[in-house]
Design a protein around this ligand. Sequence first.
Ligand code: PGA
Length: 251
Amino acid sequence: MKKLIIANWKVHPKNTAKARALADATERIARDHRAIEVVVAPPFPFLADAGAVLKKAVLGSQDAWWADGAYTGGVSPRQLKSLGVAYAIIGHSERRIYAGETDILIEKKVRATLDAGLTVVLCVGETERQDGEMPARVGQQLTTALTGLTKQSLKRLVIAYEPVWAISTTADARGAATPDVAFRARIYIEKTITSLFDTRGARDVRIIYGGSVTPANVASFLSEGNMDGALVGSQSLDPKKFEEVVSHAAR
Ligand code: PGA
């Protein structure tokens, strides 16, 4: 299976013209590196413009609400799908921290997004870099979000392991995790999904790493960390850097 590299633009860039230029540059990168599946997740207001230029790269969103109806401010998975969105990031730590999203809300979003036929990128990860934190937090996040899903839907599930302490913009960021930390998280995530479903179900789920991914460290997360891809924040905003990330991932 192709390695998956997801560009998470967060609340950038500042206007449509810049978003279009960034989408254009990212599309060229995807075309030049066909061995990699490139997904671009712009903010909602730029989805249509980015979608118009993305052909080889796949359109993603940074969130999805859990229903259509009277939910002011929400954007539903079905609406996203009608714009050509194929992937939705759900439960990013910045939504958990700054928008107060709970495991229960995230579970609803995961289910609705899968039901609409999109692929979910469920973000999990511990806040503190301490022994025992990863299994405690990630176990709870996975169990709440995944219980009750059909085994069939696991084929459209990606788990992004993102230790919050490793995200480049976290206040007291500690830099990227090591491939060894990512590898241990992968084993733990596989074990948890196996116990919720079965070995076959766990094999269908792609597991990727996020948190200060750079051209210098991406290859080691994919090889030593045994990751199926990466979720890339700040380095996805600079086409030169993102091109290097994708080309190192393709090696
Ligand atoms: P970063 O962000 O690559 O800037 O650390 C990753 C993320 O939060 O998804």
